[in-house]
Design a binder for this molecule. Structure first.
Ligand code: HDD
Length: 695
């Protein structure tokens, strides 16, 4: 759908045309192009006789089916992708020679894949987990892959620990449990023995680990990278993606229920938003650090991926915008076969000596050999750069091109010396000539030694409700751990992050509270880390359930829908049965039967006026539960006229008459929803969740 809508088709889209095929016309054939006469019956001797080996169609059809699956990604197996474009606001030529960051008129095609880390390919979208945020920029100078996450730090400091970490995180070896969860012994055993994980673990225990939508989460390149300009000057940068819709999360109980009600929750959300033209958008920002400031940050080594550089120290400079405006046409060909490699950089972008980053440079290239079955994976349509490719790499499994001529070596005269080696002057990639001197050692730098300070900073920066959620998450996770010594060790580690946090968790899981540690909480905070302080100013694409039944007030419903849709929200009419409900003024089409969905799939609920409808709803346990559950999850609830009767029936605290309180918005009297009501309700939806309600 999005493809037709695009004003101008990108170079990548035009390139994909070569790979597109449309099965909507022509005859069914074998892979050899032979028309098939019958695809429903095997070739047999007589009607009931044995099948014949010569049935080439049967053999080919079954053989192809047998081999449809490829190995899933060893991490980040579950994911969803989309196409779009990136455009820089103004030239960054003073920092980089990357052309896509220098020309504001250029729209660079991108493909983005979002993912969870722990679960297998078919696991649910909403576990407590880190989310991957990987972007492939198809630039005129070749592919640049920014393979990031929705959290700005990582669990370990050196990539050599990645296999240990992932083994501990993944389902346990004897029984392949638990799926898509970190709440088990091996994960907590590892992290409690490896304190460098403490900072990332507290992010994982926060609401960041249960994003409401891929469209509503930040992205981070995590490592410090370099930009290098035409004069060879290097500048350190950290990449930040900021979602236009704000950063919002689910609540934990809701996330677990969604995993059952709609395991594809985040995938569907992304697909539907793009399909209906509400294109997700992010702003790309950079923390820019000149080389002379490299050692200006006490306790922060820029090469340590377990540390952030707080925005108070280095603000984020917005540099461009990414829009995702087209869904994939084929999940396997695009989202499954896309191969991100951290080592894919273009001239003007370079690496640093972060040992995590360096290990990744090997791993991503290497893993594709197993996953995609050979070294020619860059020739797959989704992976091909739009920049021309010409080199002497050849052969291997699944080679797609027929190379011409004899010159498959360099230097050559048989091919006129082609392809020509560019050198730096003609746009060839020149590695930043970093000056290095040192002994070969296996040793962690002393500047990486502080494992607790930034976990404490994160904890200090949270609002009260965020802290409550973090405590509950630690209690949940450690409560599932079966070995008491791992629970105790985890609490002892937490005690070095914050004593009160450790005590609260210990009490919750029945472990003796620790003594106050020698080194106390340093008291520093960074306001940008809290989701509470982020802007809450739009209801665009929020999903609002309007509960209706026979006898609902039509004018009330239509005015509500109009008011909410005008503000960009998605309003759905949910009724006891599908199709339509009766109103005094004729039938009213409904979106779907409420029994096919659940409150956890919506951001807010409204009960319109209409005494007969509300009276009937009061007798429907599913609907009463729908409203009570939405309340429990802090969601805005609106009620107009008779609608308040259902809230009272569900024994929810209801504001007196017209007015709003803690996300409960009421309008007394009958008739259309007033502008005042819609405005107040929209404000409650924009605020997202109301965590300070009495329960
Ligand atoms: Fe990784 C996949 C992000 C550390 C090894 N990683 C993968 C994906 C994302 C990340 C988003 C999914 C890409 C996709 O959608 O196809 N990984 C990160 C981040 C890290 C990180 C932000 C830390 C800053 N990863 C990391 C290390 C190693 C790997 C230290 C190994 C030394 N990651 C891989 C991998 C994967 C992968 C095994 C699995 C599938 C793939 O690469 O293509 O190579």
């Amino acid at each position: 759908m999005g493809r037709e809508r695009q004003e101008e088709r990108s170079a990548k889209d035009r390139q994909l045309d070569e790979a597109r095929w449309d099965p909507s016309e022509g005859y069914l054939t074998t892979d050899q192009g032979i028309r098939v006469a019958d695809t429903d019956n095997s070739l047999t001797v007589g009607d009931r006789g044995p099948s014949l080996l010569e049935d080439f169609h049967l053999r080919e059809k079954i053989m192809r089916f047998d081999h449809e699956r490829i190995p899933e990604r060893v991490v980040h197996a579950r994911g969803s992708g989309a196409h779009g474009y990136f455009q820089v606001y103004e030239s960054l030529a003073r920092y980089t020679s990357a052309e896509f960051l220098r020309d504001p008129s250029v729209r660079t095609p991108v493909f983005v894949r979002f993912s969870t880390v722990q679960g297998s390919r078919g696991s649910a979208d909403t576990p407590r987990d880190v989310r991957g945020f990987a972007t492939k920029f198809y630039t005129s100078q070749g592919n640049f892959d920014l393979v990031g996450n929705n959290m700005p730090v990582f669990f370990i400091q050196d990539g050599i620990k990645f296999p240990d970490f992932v083994h501990a995180l993944k389902p346990e070896a004897p029984n392949e449990m638990p799926t898509a969860a970190s709440a088990h012994d091996t994960f907590w055993d590892f992290v409690s023995l490896q304190p460098e994980t403490m900072h990332h673990v507290i992010w994982l225990m926060s609401d960041r680990a249960i994003p409401r939508s891929y469209r509503m989460m930040q992205g981070f390149g995590v490592h410090t990278f370099r930009l290098v300009n035409d004069d060879g000057r290097s500048t350190f940068v950290k990449f930040h993606w900021a979602p236009k819709l704000g950063t919002h999360s689910l609540v934990w109980d809701e996330a677990q229920k969604i995993a059952g009600k709609d395991p594809d929750f985040n995938r569907r959300d992304l697909w539907e938003a793009i399909d209906t033209g509400q294109y997700p958008e992010w702003e790309l920002g950079l923390q820019i650090i000149p080389p002379e400031r490299e050692f200006d940050f006490p306790d922060i080594d820029l090469l340590d991926a377990t540390k952030i550089v707080p925005e108070e120290l280095v603000p984020v400079t917005p540099i461009g915008r990414m829009v995702l405006d087209r869904n994939p046409e084929n999940f396997f060909a695009e989202t499954e076969q896309v191969a991100f490699c951290v080592g894919n950089v273009v001239p003007g972008i370079d690496f640093t000596d972060d040992p995590m980053l360096q290990a990744r440079l090997f791993s991503y290239l290497d893993t594709q050999l197993t996953r995609l079955g050979g070294p020619n994976f860059a020739q797959l349509p989704i992976n091909r750069p739009v920049a021309p490719v010409a080199n002497h790499q050849q052969d291997g499994f699944h080679q797609q091109f027929v190379r011409q001529g004899v010159a498959n070596y360099h230097p050559n005269s048989t091919g006129g010396g082609c392809p020509v080696v560019a050198g730096g002057a003609n746009g060839g990639f020149v590695h930043f000539p970093e000056r290095l001197d040192g002994e070969k050692v296996r040793r962690r730098a002393p500047s990486y030694a502080d494992h607790y300070g930034q976990a404490t900073l994160f904890w200090n920066s949270m609002s009260d409700w965020e802290r409550r959620h973090i405590i509950a998450a630690y209690r949940f996770e450690l409560g599932k751990v079966t070995r008491p010594e791992i629970q105790r060790r985890s609490v002892a580690q937490l005690n070095r992050v914050d004593h009160d946090l450790a005590v609260a968790v210990a009490v919750g899981i029945g472990v003796s509270p620790p003594d106050r540690p020698e080194v106390d909480n340093h008291g520093r905070r960074s306001d940008r880390l809290s989701q509470a302080t982020a802007p809450h100013d739009t209801i665009a694409t929020r999903k609002i359930a309007i509960l209706v039944a026979d006898g609902i007030d039509r004018e009330c419903v239509t005015s509500l829908v109009d008011g909410l849709v005008a503000r960009g929200a998605v309003a759905e009419l949910l009724a006891p049965t599908g199709c339509e409900v009766r109103t005094g003024a004729g039938g009213l089409a409904v979106t779907r039967a409420v029994t096919t969905v659940a409150s956890v799939l919506y951001d807010a609920v409204v009960l319109p006026d209409g005494t007969p409808a509300i009276t009937a709803m009061r007798a429907d346990g599913y609907l009463v539960h729908f409203v009570a559950e939405a309340y429990k999850h802090g969601k805005p609830i609106g009620a107009l006229g008779a609608g308040r009767m259902l809230l009272e029936h569900a024994r929810l605290p209801v504001p007196e008459a017209t007015g709003s309180d803690a996300g409960m918005v009421l309008q007394s009297g009958s008739g259309a929803a007033t502008e005042t009501f819609v405005e107040a309700f929209a404000a409650a939806v924009a605020a997202h969740r109301h965590h300070d309600r009495p329960v």
